[in-house]
Ligand binder design. Structure first.
Ligand SMILES: [Zn+2]
Ligand SMILES: [Zn+2]
Length: 355
């Protein structure tokens, strides 16, 4: 076969098995599709969930990858906002823009058959030299000229998650905001929470090295490691003796849901952006009279243009998350490091081999 018709791609073969395969370069299937030549993609913890068989909708044989940037190669005749040569981010959500939920702005509940998280899960994603993006006018965003690929890389997934988590938290100036989870999504959430001018951001995690990075980069005002006897007392003393005005739970650990509502002051907002592997207990008798508001959900792709504007203006910068870089041909080595959390890995940028 002519080498120009195939490409390398990371494929979910079966539970427990990812592999690099030679695959056909994708073609336009619909007049609203675009083909994007991927320049850089990242590995997400959701990819690891797929590998473990923990994502029921994931299809065996699919090319994974749902957080990437690239250059538009080809567009269907009904794609209006993008032309070949445009530099773009690809967002994790596929949405039609026309159904009941899309019209209300709830794009991650799109009723299209591929609505929601399809790329790199139910349809081929972007850990490959090329990716087909359905509804390209919705699934792509223009990268401003002064923003490079690594600055833009997380726009469509973890930054979209962090931005959305901070937005639904309704953070006010002078609020004390607690963010549980100091991984990539937690850090993205802290960076986005800062945009609202809170009095302080308190980062909570059991990983001391991640807390040290957060302290070093000034991403949160204070870092706290749970587990010590006086954890809650210390937290109260940091929040005027009341508890947090807003709690954002981005960890999804064994006990972090309980921690989230316990750290909240009365009448606070508790936002759950974490993905849990098990059901969680909502102990209503214990929180009676606390008058909490709970908000839940996952990534929302509707603010990617605003996120890119903030990056362009220097108000959001996630480059510190990239700890490792590999060519796509070394993706299996990259996955091993990411999955086993070797070398204090945070995020990995996969660069596509030259065609
Ligand atoms: Zn992801
Ligand atoms: Zn829709």
């Amino acid at each position: 076969m002519n080498h120009k018709q195939t490409m390398k791609a990371v494929v979910y073969r079966s539970k427990g098995c990812f592999a690099i395969e030679e695959r056909p370069i994708p073609q336009l299937l619909d007049e609203r599709d675009a083909i994007v030549k991927v320049t850089c993609a990242s590995i997400c913890s959701s990819d690891i969930h797929i590998k473990h068989g923990a994502v029921p909708k994931a299809v065996e044989g699919v090319i994974v990858g749902h957080e990437m940037v690239g250059i538009v190669q080809e567009t269907g005749q009904n794609v209006k906002k993008f032309r070949p040569g445009d530099r773009v981010t690809v967002n994790v959500e596929t949405f039609c823009g026309e159904c009941f939920y899309c019209k209300k702005g709830f794009v991650n509940n799109c009723q299209d058959k591929n609505g929601g998280w399809a790329l790199g899960c139910r349809i081929d994603g972007g850990q490959a030299a090329y990716v087909r993006v359905p509804y390209a006018d919705n699934g792509l965003n223009h990268i401003p000229d002064n923003v490079d690929d690594e600055q833009a890389l997380f726009t469509g997934d973890i930054l979209a998650t962090g931005y959305w988590g901070a937005k639904i938290g309704d953070i006010k100036e002078n609020d004390c905001v607690a963010v549980i989870g100091a991984g990539p999504a937690g850090i993205s959430t802290m960076l986005c929470a800062r945009l609202y001018g809170p009095e302080k951001i308190i980062a909570i995690d059991t990983n001391e090295k991640r807390l040290a990075l957060i302290k070093d980069k000034g991403i949160a005002n204070t870092v706290l490691c749970p587990g010590s006897k006086d954890f809650y007392q210390t937290f109260l003393s940091l929040t005027h003796g009341r508890g947090a005005d807003v709690v954002i739970e981005a960890a999804g650990g064994e006990d972090t849901f309980q921690m989230a509502w316990q750290l909240a002051r009365p009448n606070a907002c508790v936002c759950i952006v974490a993905l849990y592997e098990k059901p969680q207990l909502l102990p209503l008798p214990d929180m009676y009279g606390k008058n909490l508001t709970f908000k839940t959900g996952g990534v929302d792709a509707s603010d990617c243009d605003e996120i890119l504007r903030l990056i362009s203006r220097g108000e959001l910068d996630t480059r510190c998350l990239i700890t490792h870089r590999f060519p796509l041909s070394s993706a299996m080595e990259a996955y091993d490091i990411f999955e086993t959390k070797k070398e204090d890995v945070m995020k990995i940028a996969l660069y596509m081999d030259e065609q």
